[in-house]
Design a protein around this ligand. Sequence first.
Ligand SMILES: NC(=O)c1ccc[n+]([C@@H]2O[C@H](COP(=O)([O-])OP(=O)(O)OC[C@H]3O[C@@H](n4cnc5c(N)ncnc54)[C@H](OP(=O)(O)O)[C@@H]3O)[C@@H](O)[C@H]2O)c1
Length: 154
Amino acid sequence: MTNFSKVVITKYVTLVKFLTASSHISSRKELSVQICWYHIVGVTMYVWASLHQHRCLVILANLRKSKSGKVVSLSHSVPFGDWFERVSCPHYFAELLIYVSMAITLGFHNLTWWCVVMYVLFNQALAAVLCHEFYQKNFSSYPKHRRAFIPFVF
Ligand SMILES: NC(=O)c1ccc[n+]([C@@H]2O[C@H](COP(=O)([O-])OP(=O)(O)OC[C@H]3O[C@@H](n4cnc5c(N)ncnc54)[C@H](OP(=O)(O)O)[C@@H]3O)[C@@H](O)[C@H]2O)c1
């Protein structure tokens, strides 16, 4: 198992344990019999978003490396590939999806977690807009079709 897989699984299990401690699932017995469609959808979405976030962060890291893997620059350049073809900050979008996937896993009705999702939505959207404006201002050939944060929408 790679380090990335271990981090993703540990993060997910810790969050679910923490959240279910205060939700309607109160006993081990209940937890073991209540596997619903939204648990499967939430976990699948979590893994899918985490994978894309990892890929996008690797793309960003590689912008500063030579072919041999040595860091050769500290400047910012235009990333391409994976979800960067659609938005300027796909790692922020993936972060939002990760939090939404947790809300889905909890059965949509954990209000506290939806407040956390809203917090992540606004702070990542703001960061994405600033980053998008930076790219547009500094790179005249920056792809026009790219949105800032949410593909095709924003
Ligand atoms: N849940 C939350 O509330 C929350 C809050 C913050 C962050 N996060 C998550 O944490 C992760 C990292 O966030 P972050 O704000 O540190 O992301 P970031 O500002 O995009 O930076 C990520 C790394 O990539 C580098 N980088 C960014 N754009 C680059 C470019 N065009 N060319 C070369 N290198 C580039 C950055 O270097 P520089 O530092 O030199 O720019 C930094 O080392 C994201 O996935 C984000 O969603 C979550």
